[in-house]
Design a protein around this ligand. Structure first.
Ligand code: PEP
Ligand code: MG
Length: 764
């Protein structure tokens, strides 16, 4: 350590200098070395800090104070942290260190440069340990005195209570932990944002860029809804663009700090980036991704014609088995503005929200859940839905994008992260956390500016002026209370109404109603719930699916004691196979449909789930006929969610289905043998697996040939990329989650135009 200078310029930093410059400094140095346009910066090294401790004579007193501390004694922790920080701030920085810092600062530019001063903590034995978010950052610093002061404040922040506590719990010896300080030219961004160099969920090479006006804090903290651009690196074109209404921007204020400015007029709705700028950013992202070998989450800024890359770190939501240690960016915690990352999982329902953790281990615990809490549980079940309605966000250990928690949260517009594997172990009762349901990240503490707690709002423009598409864009509904929000998207109908959520919400099984002679009550509940949805979509098709609840979901309900215990309920007694054996349960559902048709709801269609042979459709229809349904004129169709039903599609068509809808959530799991709710195999759950696509393509072609409407209502219908593929392959309609309808409509419109354009060119 001896020869290491007090100050290192970015260009001088080598990989092995991480011990001296910390994760942040090393990362910036590495980015500069591969030619990314990083703002000018130097690092006050960890050695400068150690020399400061030694030369001012405070080292021994400082560490002695820390050694005796019991970090679990909150009062003592706070008081020792205060004393130690005061000690660091009370002494004068040695002259030679001051001189080297101010000399470097002078070399940055004439007349003083405005800089950001950021802590970059490091440990001797584990230099890439992650301490980010625990030490201070000072933006907008101008002049030597303020710079020296900010550096010393950063040093002191190494001994903040939270940082001391964290290190103690992680087993770090305070004596081995150092701090470097990055002094970087502050970019007064005219526009800024973040970029995923690959799709953050699917991993495809489609860079996604989010941008807004002013400093990047607005986007990073979620204080503004940014524009969203998708760039296709192969065709080198912007393939998707969503221009948001940007209400505010954050700009530097005075000589310190920042302020929020309300945007007005054109700037609110003007695109932040030109196509050329999107392309430029995407190319820089590619350089970073190629260099690090894994997709990156990049922060960028633009001033005039100059593009800057401020940070690059691995995307945390794409599960890649190997991120080589030391080669990827040193383990930096994401989103300094949001604080320390505690956990990650799959972002299942978009939005960012903070609140108090309540761990629900049993349905009984839900009484402790208060408005605005964060519900943390192994996996939600229908009994928890009332509590799910009250909370700000939901976090689960288990599950994937199509589990109960994911489906219900999206419907409620509540941010959710699923499949974290260990939320119920890591998070503590009463702890304040922030949940980012888009990126799938849980942060410690509350977001400073809780971005309108962002539950999947439906953009007003999308609702008032929907793009007309030839392919119908419908919406999925599971809870009748979501019907109005669903209709506000302007969707062309409901492609899937899952009635099991309605039934499971009754807390009693259909069997209970039958056993207790309460059939009318059951029919009335079904009738009322379905009618609420039909009323929200007058004149538009609403496909109601018959009951598809696995036995384990019934077991906690009154009457559930007699449910069989199945080793694999997913493959068990559910869907149409159960209704065909439980005649009375099926009859009650059909009775509710009959009454709705009789009341004039001609837009009601009925869809049978889990069919695997046309016989099942034939038998179900025959039973409906027997119970008085005019089956010749009723719109009856099937879910294609078992490979056999895709393979036998022509037989289904011959049997008389009016429509077919891909339930890709199940179709994928049954084709690939990947449990859709098992977070351990979530990265192998591949909607675009060639076998899945081939089944879908085969079934679409058969339906087209026979004039049968072919649709999709699985989660893949909410993925613009998949929908683009489906439209290209001739699907008639798609049904998406409420939050996804606007972007799906755009994807459909774009693909349709491309098909028309291609045809026109061919004929020209
Ligand atoms: C599906 O399987 O894709 C589907 C929509 O049904 P569910 O998610 O309810 O099983
Ligand atoms: Mg299904």
């Amino acid at each position: 350590m001896k020869e290491m200078p007090n100050v290192l310029w970015l260009e001088e930093i080598k990989k092995e200098d991480i011990v001296s410059v910390g994760g942040k400094g090393a990362s910036l140095g590495e980015m500069a070395s591969i030619g990314l346009p990083v703002p000018k910066a130097f690092v006050v090294t960890a050695q400068a800090f150690r020399r400061f401790l030694v030369e001012t004579g405070i080292e021994d007193a400082l560490f002695r104070r820390l050694e005796r501390l019991d970090v679990d004694d909150n009062g003592a922790l706070e008081s020792v942290a205060r004393d130690v920080q005061d000690l660091v701030l009370s002494v004068e920085m040695p002259d030679h260190i001051q001189q080297e810092i101010t000399d470097a600062y002078a070399r940055m530019g004439a007349d003083g440069t405005v800089v950001a001063v950021r802590s970059s903590a490091t440990a001797e034995d584990l230099p890439d340990a992650s301490f980010a978010g625990q030490q201070e950052t000072f933006l907008n610093i101008l002049g030597e005195d303020d710079l020296l002061d900010a550096v010393q404040q950063c040093w002191a922040s190494l001994y903040g209570a939270r940082a001391i506590y964290y290190r103690a719990k992680q087993g770090f010896d305070d004596r081995s932990v150092n701090i470097a300080v990055v002094v970087q030219e502050l970019i007064r961004s005219e526009k800024s944002g973040v970029m995923f160099t690959s799709h953050p969920v699917t991993g495809e090479s489609l860079p996604i860029i989010e941008g807004s006006w002013g400093l990047g804090e607005a986007v990073v903290s979620g204080a503004v809804s940014p524009d969203n651009y998708v760039f296709d690196l192969r065709s080198e074109r912007v393939v998707d663009r969503l221009i948001a209404e940007k209400e505010i921007m954050i700009v530097p204020e005075g000589e310190h700090g920042t302020k929020i400015v309300e945007l007005s007029g054109e700037q609110r709705t003007a695109p932040v980036l030109s196509d050329a700028e999107v392309a430029r950013l995407a190319m820089l992202g590619k350089i970073a991704e190629d260099h690090y070998g894994v997709p990156q989450d990049v922060e960028w800024a633009i001033v005039g014609d100059d593009v800057f890359i401020l940070q690059s770190r691995p995307i945390t939501t794409i599960k890649r088995p190997e991120i080589p240690r030391g080669e990827a960016e040193p383990a930096e915690q994401p989103k300094g503005a949001l604080g320390v990352m505690l956990l990650e999982g799959q972002g299942a329902s978009p939005g960012v929200a903070s609140g108090r953790v309540v761990i629900v281990r049993d349905v009984k615990d839900t009484s402790a859940v208060k408005d605005g809490d964060i519900l943390v549980t192994k996996m939600t079940n229908p009994d928890m839905v009332p509590a799910m309605r009250r909370v700000n966000a939901i976090v689960t250990d288990e599950g994937g994008m199509t589990c109960h928690a994911a489906i219900v949260s999206r419907e409620l517009g509540t941010p959710a992260v699923v499949g974290t594997k260990k939320a119920t172990k890591i998070l503590k009762e009463g702890q304040i956390i922030t949940v980012d349901g888009e990126k799938g990240i849980i942060y410690e503490g509350a977001v400073e500016a809780p971005a309108a707690a962002a539950p999947a709002a439906v953009p007003a423009a999308a609702a008032s002026a929907p793009v007309i598409t030839g392919t119908l864009v419908k919406v999925n509904v599971s809870l009748p209370e979501a019907a109005k929000r669903a209709a506000a998207t302007g969707a062309d109908g409901v492609g899937l109404l899952r009635i099991e959520h309605l039934i499971l919400g009754l807390a009693k099984t259909p069997g209970w109603y039958i056993e207790h002679g309460a059939e009318e009550e059951f029919i009335a509940e079904l009738y009322g719930g379905i009618r609420t949805v039909l009323d929200a979509f007058p004149g538009k098709p609403v496909w109601v699916r018959t009951l598809d609840a696995p036995t384990d979901e019934f077991r906690n309900m009154e009457g559930g004691e007699d449910e069989p215990i199945e080793h694999n309920p997913m493959l068990g007694w559910r869907g149409i196979r159960r209704d065909l054996q439980s005649h009375e349960q099926f009859r009650l559902q059909v009775e509710a449909f009959k009454r709705l048709w009789a009341a004039g709801y001609d837009n009601l269609g009925v869809m049978f789930p889990m069919v695997n042979h046309p016989d099942e459709f034939v038998r179900a229809r025959a039973m409906m006929k027997e119970w008085g349904v005019d089956v010749e004129n009723a719109t009856l169709g099937v879910m294609i969610e078992v490979p056999s039903s895709a393979i036998l599609i022509e037989d289904f068509i011959r049997a008389g289905i009016r429509f077919a809808s891909f339930g890709t959530n199940d179709l994928i799991q049954y084709t690939l043998a990947i449990d859709r709710n098992n977070e351990h195999v979530a990265d192998m759950y591949r909607p675009k697996h060639p076998a899945v696509l081939r089944l879908i393509d085969y079934a679409i072609n058969a339906c087209r040939e026979h004039g049968v409407e072919c649709s999709i209502c699985g989660q893949a219908g909410s993925d613009p990329d998949m929908v683009t593929w489906l439209v290209g392959h001739g699907i008639n309609s798609v049904s998406a989650n409420i939050d996804a309808v606007p972007r799906i409509r755009e994807a459909v419109a774009r693909k349709e135009r491309q098909i028309l354009l291609d045809a026109a060119r061919r004929n020209a």
